[in-house]
Each structure stands twice: as structure tokens, then as C-alpha cells.
Design a protein. Sequence first.
Length: 69
Amino acid sequence: MTTTTFDDVRLKELFKQAMVELLVERKDIFYELFAEVIEDAALVNAIREGETSETVSRAETFEILESAA
């Protein structure tokens, strides 16, 4: 059995090359991934803001939503 040893520099270079190929060939996967991350971050920020803001009634919320539609 043959054992191949990679040094850290070579392994890092191979990993970078593989990532670049993935980014070029499968943009759709990364687009979806980054879109989800951005959506999650926005949701976290909205939740944090909501925890420190004044509460409003359900009726007030629907009035605002209906007037925007």
C-alpha cells in the first residue's frame, strides 16, 4: 500500500482550488446558501429589535399591514 503525505501548504492550495471550482461551477448552491444566511441574520436582528421595542396590539399591526397593501 502506498502512503502519500501532503504538507500543509499543498493541502491548503488543493482546498482553495477545489473551492474556486465549486464557486465557478455551482454558483446556484452558494447563492442559495448566502441568501439563507442573510435572511437568518436579518431575522435575528428583527427579533432583537423587537425584544427592546414597545409592544403594539394585533389590531394596530394589521392596520399598518392593510394600509401598506
